[in-house]
Design a protein around this ligand. Sequence first.
Ligand SMILES: [Zn+2]
Ligand SMILES: [Zn+2]
Length: 404
Amino acid sequence: MKYRKNLTHVLLSVLAVGFLCTTSFATETDSKKRELDVYYPGTEELAADEMRVVACGTGMPSPRPKQAAACWLVELGNGDKFLFDIGAGSHERIAAQRIPYDLIDKVFLGHLHVDHFGDLGSFWLGGTTMNRLTPLRVWGPSGPTPELGTDYALGLMKKMYVWDIATRKDLIDMRGAVMDVTEFDYKAVNKIIFQENGVTIRSIPAIHGIDGAVSFILEWNGLKLSYSSDTAPNKWWLKYTKNSDISIHESFLPPSLMVTKMKFTPKEALVVSTIAHTSPQQFGKLMSLTKPRLAVGYHFQNDFDTQPIMLEETRKVYDGPLVFAQDYTVFNITKDRIRVRESAIDEAIFPEPAMKEKIEVPPLTKPPFSKYISDGVEAFPEVVGPIWDKINKQYGTNYTLDDI
Ligand SMILES: [Zn+2]
Ligand SMILES: [Zn+2]
């Protein structure tokens, strides 16, 4: 059922991208050379000059089975991987990519709305249970006051999860429970915030909510990706994202649909769609002025009855290459070509094992159970003893319960 649904998404995407795909499919007469129309995560190596972008969240602050909140995975041919935003519900989309957790250690937050970093805690600490063995590195903007910046928010997050970390740190290798936060100036214009391994990431101010939101521009190997996170149309986006290879920008439902489908009042709908965010016509205007190789809209409930209206609105002002992304839409980008497909997701995917070697956990440091709680243990030695004996025999070890 899920597979069939994803095939439907493929057809919708092909329709949406229109002429863009024509050149890709027109010459595929030899069935032996025919490329897969869907992407199976974990089965395709990237070429050295190729960028892959996976939509891991294209929806709204209240995630739904079909759409998590904002999250974009960018993978480069040099092996680097980046997450831009990590909204509520996106962690399982990331896990579905079959990438070992210790290979995804860089997250860039556009702003501190829950639909843009709601799954950070889950990805950070849940990831340690699936073998993230290196610190998670997070970049995010400052705010108009220190209390409205990324350092403050994530400092509180670290405190919030003290119990979680305390319970695990003597049981498993928890080197991945460290979060390294880099806060940068939200007012900086096209300033470099990351530069490693041939990859440069810059930020520009965004206009969203209050001061302290940003958009990102990633450049690598002659390819340029722009990502809005959330913003109303602004002069920095127009100036600095021109000629992107892929330009991912929010495109909210138009006010009419926010009234009929979301029960917003007309005033709420007008303000939220066209002033706090970017309505599809405003999105189209931005794309017509910046002329990316491919424009990608997201951040709305993408369904059979909304996408035609989004297209109609956008096409009033923009006639270039366009995709309205669904969760798991995949973009393969080189200088010569952009392919757009949907993914065939296996819901039984098990996250990939770590690439790095685990280390033996250090001696006990966590507070012991109180007598009140430990008196409640039912040890079942007749069951547990043979389990330990079997593992010790299998791996040549000699652990006893006294070691714990
Ligand atoms: Zn927002
Ligand atoms: Zn948002």
